[in-house]
Design a protein around this ligand. Sequence first.
Ligand SMILES: *[C@@H]1O[C@H](CO)[C@@H](O)[C@H](O)[C@H]1NC(C)=O
Ligand SMILES: *[C@@H]1O[C@H](CO)[C@@H](O)[C@H](O)[C@H]1NC(C)=O
Ligand SMILES: *[C@@H]1O[C@H](CO)[C@@H](O)[C@H](O)[C@H]1NC(C)=O
Ligand SMILES: *[C@@H]1O[C@H](CO)[C@@H](O)[C@H](O)[C@H]1NC(C)=O
Ligand SMILES: *[C@@H]1O[C@H](CO)[C@@H](O)[C@H](O)[C@H]1NC(C)=O
Ligand SMILES: *[C@@H]1O[C@H](CO)[C@@H](O)[C@H](O)[C@H]1NC(C)=O
Ligand SMILES: *[C@@H]1O[C@H](CO)[C@@H](O)[C@H](O)[C@H]1NC(C)=O
Ligand SMILES: *[C@@H]1O[C@H](CO)[C@@H](O)[C@H](O)[C@H]1NC(C)=O
Length: 632
Amino acid sequence: MVSSSLSVLLAGLVAAKHATATSVSDFIAQEQPIALQGVLNNIGPDGSLVPGAASGLVVASPSQDNPNYYYTWTRDSALTLRMLVDELIFGNKGVQTTIDNYVTAQAVLQTVSNPSGTLLPYGLGLGEPKFNVDGTRFNGAWGRPQRDGPALRAIALIEYSHWLLDQGDTDKVVDDIWPIISNDISYVGQYWNSSGYDLWEEVYGSSFFTTQNQYKSLVAASQLADTIGTTCTGCDEAPNVLCFLQSYWNGDYFTANINVDNGRSGIDANTMLGSISVFDVEADCTSPSLQPCHSRSLASFKVFVDTFRNGSLYAINDGIASSEGVALGRYPEDVYYNGNPWYLITQGAAEFLYDAVAQWNHQGSISVDTTSLAFFQDLYPSAQAGQTYTKTAATKKVKPSKCTVAATDAFQTIVDAATTYADSFVAVAQKYTPSNGSLSEQFNKATGEPLSAYDLTWSFASFVTMARRRAGDYPKYSWTSGVGNVPATCVASSTDGVYAAATAAGAPNVTATCTSGVLFVVNASTYYGENIYLVGNTTDLGAWDLANAQPLSANNYTSDRPEWYVEVQMTAGEYVSYVYVREEDCGQANIYETVNRTLLVPACDSSATANSPPLLTTNDAWTGPVGTSGDC
Ligand SMILES: *[C@@H]1O[C@H](CO)[C@@H](O)[C@H](O)[C@H]1NC(C)=O
Ligand SMILES: *[C@@H]1O[C@H](CO)[C@@H](O)[C@H](O)[C@H]1NC(C)=O
Ligand SMILES: *[C@@H]1O[C@H](CO)[C@@H](O)[C@H](O)[C@H]1NC(C)=O
Ligand SMILES: *[C@@H]1O[C@H](CO)[C@@H](O)[C@H](O)[C@H]1NC(C)=O
Ligand SMILES: *[C@@H]1O[C@H](CO)[C@@H](O)[C@H](O)[C@H]1NC(C)=O
Ligand SMILES: *[C@@H]1O[C@H](CO)[C@@H](O)[C@H](O)[C@H]1NC(C)=O
Ligand SMILES: *[C@@H]1O[C@H](CO)[C@@H](O)[C@H](O)[C@H]1NC(C)=O
Ligand SMILES: *[C@@H]1O[C@H](CO)[C@@H](O)[C@H](O)[C@H]1NC(C)=O
């Protein structure tokens, strides 16, 4: 009674406060603590909105249906933890337990065998994008592997390691954390040149965001390895990754995905989010790590933002002046939830601009070239290519009055305009943030109503990082001093990784040295809308739990050969029991086969490589009753 009327009262106070919060500064002051708490609410074991989440696992959103985001993603978790590590460094000691829980949880997660593979011997399991919130494998169909996860996790852990070293806690870095980083960096060095799914889990090819973070992870790991006096397997690939990173430039903007032909423009938040995730305030704008203030990043930003200045695409952007921020989505061809703006991207645009401003201020100059000219002319119409505008002694202290803007004040004019422009993106997010401060994944492109998963961890985390950049709080440990020159010729390459369970941090000492691929093939005539799953008595096969069964593919199905199949990496030498199951179209009961099948998974072939074909193929035929469409 008391607590419920108290919460009603508090909710009323928050709403009332919000209604009067007109300035961006007031809004941020109010939303930032809500966003930080929103993140913590979604992390196990104590997060108030995520019952059942294991210690240290970050749940993407409490939403369990429409959509079901009740999983832990390696990417979202790592980006969230980077924010928390920065909070720790900025003085919020209260988050350290959560960070330590994450460290332990990731050491364990690295060893969980999953549909992408296992940790041993080739590291393939590290490319798995998501797990159940209790830390068990997720067997459902998904865009896998996703190769940004290991890089982002390594980056978060490297940042934390630097802070621990500053505290004198060298043993914890050397014994517990470096072994986790080392696995992830081995993975990056081995697979950076292999295709994978992008951060939106849709495009199979090469993704700018992935490559850019892979590069940073290799450089930062190499620096940490030097500091603690160890070797870094995989770090030698850095120059090759840097070379490849440059190849995303198409002359006008960074194409989000290459090595794929999907008919898209390649204009995508991917590239803006990449730049802010590698931001280093001390970096030079010409650094080939492609910082926010790089000419090509600025040009890409303008192309991206202007694409959404289109009332036919997003009605809520209709009529907004070209000098003002707009609501931003993932990419113009997006159809997920019918394609809408996202909070983390709209907030990300503000962060991108605050980052660039920080870098110009740090360097004391802004150089405009033909590539960045259009971006700068939006802020300062008389900007000219070939000009460098420098911070004068006067502009360092005194803000010029409007009527006396002279050429020498161009630097400050640009900085002020970029900051105002950044604030205008925050104002867009503010306009569509409900009064209780909850941040969903998206907001409706026509009405502005919150949409898709509610209380999205990444939306909250991105708010906190944006607010920190605006306040002048930057990641402490500079990494771009380790950025090398771009090699004259790019080479396709890979370094074999060295993988071992991070036992000191709490990982089980996984002993299975090998898995064997089994290709399950079954002839099963099905009607349109009916699906086939494989379930069995091992965790690989869902342990008889249909919710964790292996979905089969009908890609090769024909009326002559009604073939369904799935390849599963299974523990070598194990004896398993399995059946196929039909899932009906209108919620009718599942139909199980009337036989229990058994199979001996082949012993592993020690000469097999990461891409070896399956060692065993079944030739099964459906046995049991068939289904009928419910015609719903
Ligand atoms: C591998 O690297 C080469 C050289 O940079 C590049 O041309 C190729 O597209 C890359 N392929 C993948 C899948 O990364
Ligand atoms: C604006 O968006 C609509 C709807 O997606 C699209 O058909 C049109 O080409 C866009 N206009 C411009 C100028 O890009
Ligand atoms: C916050 O407000 C939104 C929109 O009004 C609502 O859907 C959501 O349930 C609220 N969340 C909480 C925790 O009250
Ligand atoms: C892990 O297992 C291997 C092989 O059984 C053993 O040699 C090694 O000492 C174990 N490591 C730990 C930390 O227990
Ligand atoms: C499916 O078809 C493709 C293309 O014909 C073929 O390469 C592949 O081996 C087939 N897979 C199975 C499981 O039959
Ligand atoms: C699975 O079933 C097979 C065949 O009955 C049996 O030999 C094996 O021990 C079972 N495995 C587990 C993990 O129960
Ligand atoms: C197959 O094995 C499972 C698990 O032991 C059992 O529940 C089921 O009844 C068996 N089915 C048949 C047809 O024997
Ligand atoms: C599955 O269908 C193919 C093509 O008709 C046939 O060659 C194969 O023998 C069938 N498998 C079984 C187990 O019936």
